[in-house]
Design a protein around this ligand. Structure first.
Ligand code: ARG
Length: 267
């Protein structure tokens, strides 16, 4: 009788152990992982902008799909352009998405995911402007977002010492400067200024392309140096490109199918 009691106690304990093991495996999956903090500068439509207090855009749909594919929960927060680099460097955020160009200078301080979008800088000017190419920017007042590849490109053209470069903390302010007549041109990522021209026909701006002056650029997710997330998110990016989710999101925002040749060649 005593023996029987012992056996049943052992069985009971074993049963409970199995039960609790089931429990932990459930919580350590989706629900148990901590929600990642993703930072952005939501003033760069159509990639990231605020709509009724909510951060939306191609980048936001994209990173949500990537995170889901990689098995992470995320929360995207607008913090601004310069602050997002501070947060990633200081590891107070897990990742950043913000149409961020992958380049060697940034790679010294941060890690990037594989590329997910092809871009280049272009010039936005008022219709009828005498500016027809990058070379024509010489001696003109050019507005850019501070700390962007657009700023770098213009500095190459006008010299770092130039007084004609006007730097703003976000790209919308640079556009406002052009609108108000305080600048002769804006240099920024093609998709952003092309969208602006399309959506604001009354501003009478046009876009000038100069492929010889402005390099091809690729956007990547930004991580703290050595982040363990990179591998999972790279897999997530490749996953949604393969399974068609990327194309779906691309089509939602740009109304056409993506040309994935360049992106895939980079991966
Ligand atoms: N692609 C450019 C860069 O990396 C500009 C990105 C600006 N992004 C933004 N959300 N304001 O420098």
């Amino acid at each position: 009788m005593k023996k029987l009691k012992l056996v049943s106690t052992v069985l009971m304990v074993a049963f409970l152990l199995v039960l609790s093991a089931c429990g932990t495996s459930k919580t350590s999956g989706e629900g148990g992982k901590k929600t990642l903090k993703v930072v952005t500068d939501a003033a760069y439509a159509p990639f990231e902008y605020q709509d009724k207090g909510e951060v939306v855009g191609f980048d936001i749909d994209f990173i949500n799909a990537v995170a889901k594919e990689a098995g992470y929960k995320i929360n995207v927060k607008h913090v601004g352009w310069d602050p997002l680099f501070v947060e990633i460097k200081g590891k107070t955020a897990d990742a950043a998405i913000s149409a961020i160009t992958i380049n060697d200078k940034r790679k010294q301080t941060y890690d990037f995911s594989v590329p997910y979008f092809l871009s280049t800088n272009k010039i936005m000017v008022p219709k009828g402007s005498s500016i027809k190419s990058a070379a024509d920017l010489k001696d003109k007042r050019v507005a850019v977002q501070n700390g962007t590849t657009g700023q770098e490109a213009v500095e190459k053209l006008l010299g770092v010492e130039t007084k004609n470069l006007k730097k703003f903390k976000d790209n919308n302010l640079a556009i406002m400067e052009l609108k108000g007549g305080g600048a002769d041109a804006v240099v920024a990522d093609n998709t952003v200024i092309e969208e602006y021209v399309k959506n604001n026909p009354n501003d009478n701006f046009v876009i000038i392309e100069d492929a010889a002056a402005f390099e091809k650029e690729f956007y990547g997710l930004l991580f703290p140096k050595g982040s363990k997330l990179k591998a999972d998110f790279d897999k997530g990016i490749k996953g949604i490109i393969e399974n068609g989710e990327y194309a779906k999101i691309y089509k939602k925002w740009f109304k056409v199918d993506p040309d994935l040749t360049d992106i895939k060649a980079q991966q």
